[in-house]
Write a protein that binds this ligand. Structure first.
Ligand SMILES: [Fe+2]
Ligand SMILES: [Fe+2]
Length: 148
């Protein structure tokens, strides 16, 4: 096992109970951590550019998955959740851009990624996942309902 530093350590409390979402969240943690470990070579923003772009790309894929799931289950706060995703992407892009402009210390950008990830999952994703689990439990089997 390599002893790579981790920015985000996965906790059971982050699980939503929806397999696909939990897998994607874990993958996101892993991309954020590999971004963080790319700094062990050099503490400059430019050192993490490729990994940061990977995080942003994967985040967009993940947000699209969530959107489809929320839409399918008729989640009443779909629009609010979607707006939050949009704001997070804009803020992350701005933060990365800021960091790259001066090729400065990436601490603010990393801090932002870590904070949004945890706060968004724990507060917002858990709210829609509770709704989605209830929706799935009430679906007939052929529609892919969860076994209560
Ligand atoms: Fe999420
Ligand atoms: Fe979300």
């Amino acid at each position: 096992m390599t002893d790579q530093p981790s920015l985000v350590v996965w906790k059971d409390a982050y699980n939503t109970g929806i397999d696909l979402i939990d897998e994607q969240h874990k993958e996101l943690v892993s991309t954020i951590n590999s971004l963080y470990s790319s700094l062990s070579k050099e503490n400059k923003c430019s050192a993490l550019k490729p990994a940061a772009e990977m995080v942003m790309k994967y985040t967009k894929v993940h947000f699209a998955t969530e959107f489809e799931m929320m839409k399918k289950s008729g989640y009443p706060q779909l629009q609010e959740h979607h707006d939050q995703h949009e704001r997070l992407i804009i803020r992350a892009d701005e933060s990365l851009h800021e960091c790259l402009k001066e090729d400065g210390d990436p601490t603010d950008f990393l801090h932002f990624l870590k904070e949004w990830f945890i706060i968004h999952i724990v507060r917002e994703d858990k709210a829609y996942s509770a709704h989605l689990l209830e929706y799935l439990a009430n679906q007939p089997e052929e529609a892919g309902g969860a076994e209560a």
